[in-house]
Write a protein that binds this ligand. Structure first.
Ligand SMILES: [Zn+2]
Length: 202
């Protein structure tokens, strides 16, 4: 099957002009002068490194207390999961569900999706490229929703002001959590989705 690579066309990611490859390793876009590549150099290495770093950050993000919820003066530091348990105990089910999805399901799903994508490019995993591009779009889409956590903090602040909970203090787990979210966003960004289709050409 013919594609842009076999016809020696390279897309500029900055101005989207198609350039003809001239075998220069440091070729630049003929229109905007940005560096262009047939495939992002070391895309998989960067994505693996960032994903592994995100997995490492996922541990303190879930083991260290992320917040202290005070309820009528009493409260102890909570991790993500024990915080969700506290919210359920306070019968705040919708907030508990949003925190569970935003803080646990979304980051885990992103990391799992990235690993499946990278393995499917590197190894003969029998996944249809159409399913793989759907997975890539999902990971990319989840990236935009990683900021859902900011939304959760806003909801929690509103809950505090409504008086259901008297005080919420962020813990060191929150820092680890933010680092993990940023790492997964960069990991999805460094993955070159064109790699998904390359294996089909061989
Ligand atoms: Zn350009």
């Amino acid at each position: 099957m013919e594609n842009a690579k076999s016809r020696r066309w390279m897309l500029c990611h900055h101005c989207h002009k198609l350039n003809e490859a001239n075998d220069d390793e440091h070729q630049r876009c003929c229109r905007c002068r940005a560096p262009i590549h047939m495939r992002q150099p070391h895309s998989l290495e960067y994505t693996w490194a960032l994903t592994i770093a995100a997995i490492i950050a996922f541990i303190p993000a879930n083991v260290l207390p992320i917040m202290t919820i005070s309820y009528f003066g009493s409260g102890s530091p909570n991790t993500v999961l024990s915080g969700i348990a506290t919210l359920i105990k306070l019968e705040m089910y919708p907030v508990a569900l949003i925190v569970f999805i935003a803080s646990f399901m979304v980051p885990l799903g992103k990391i799992a999706g990235l690993i499946i994508l990278m393995l499917s490019v590197q190894r003969p995993l029998n996944i249809d490229p159409k399913q793989r591009i759907l997975l890539y779009r999902l990971v990319d889409f989840l990236g935009k929703w990683s900021m859902l956590d900011v939304f959760v903090v806003a909801i929690m602040a509103a809950v505090v002001q409504l008086g259901f909970i008297s005080e919420i203090i962020a813990g060191p787990g929150a820092t680890a959590f933010a680092i993990m979210v940023i790492l997964t966003m960069f990991a999805a960004h460094t993955f070159d989705p064109r790699l998904i289709w390359d294996k089909e050409q061989q």
